[in-house]
Design a protein around this ligand. Sequence first.
Ligand code: BTN
Length: 256
Amino acid sequence: MTYIPRLPSVYNLISLESVGSTNAEAKRLAAEGEETAPDGTLIWALEQTSGRGRRGRDWESPKGNLYTSLILRPDIPISEAAQLSFIAALAVYDALGNIGPTGHQVHCKWPNDVLLNDKKVAGILLESEGGAGGTPADWIILGMGLNVEWHPENTEVPATSLRFEGFPNTVEEVLEAYTRSFLSWTNRWLSDGFDPVRQNWLWRCKGKGEAIEVRLENETINAIFKDMAEDGALILDDNGTERRITAGDVYFPTNG
Ligand code: BTN
């Protein structure tokens, strides 16, 4: 690695040329305990050989894109851990706004994707351990993958990359911008709670008030995207009946 990214000092950066999955590596380190992997330990790899996505999917991870996993040990009940993935989505959103050229559309997509010009550019995978009976989790791993140089073709949800959309930035610049924004959103969350995060996510999300399709494990719902709840659940208006969705994939009628 030639250029060493300059991150805020709260992060303890571990840089790897190649790894199976930064989330798996972060879990392994986190399980060794707080001395090995304190809160703020950030695993960054140039490539992953077994990158993982949500719902057991693969995350193709060639060199050129950003792959990070942040180890967090916040003193919050596990039921609130999902809030961190919305913070990460806002951090990606702001990072793209801060480094990119103007004239691009960036949106958050429930539950935790970021879209650039209506195509997926980043995904977030949150994993945790412990937290039974309302106690804080032992650790939370916040994985984030962002397409810088490369994006997959022919995916169910269309994908893109920064380079394809005309962003000139390097992986290191994106990492620096993301970690700065993540820190600033985390500080706001610690002082003011989830509400400003939720509000800002709602202002920046795609499809609120519109018809969307939500694919669950055993059901597909076509309904109006009404709101995001206090706990991060998606609230739908299904022909006058309110439904709360906690896990699923969202599709927009026009482009998937
Ligand atoms: C998704 O949209 O399905 C989530 C994708 C998360 C991918 C990132 S890349 C860094 C970290 N390590 C992994 O194996 N996955 C996450």
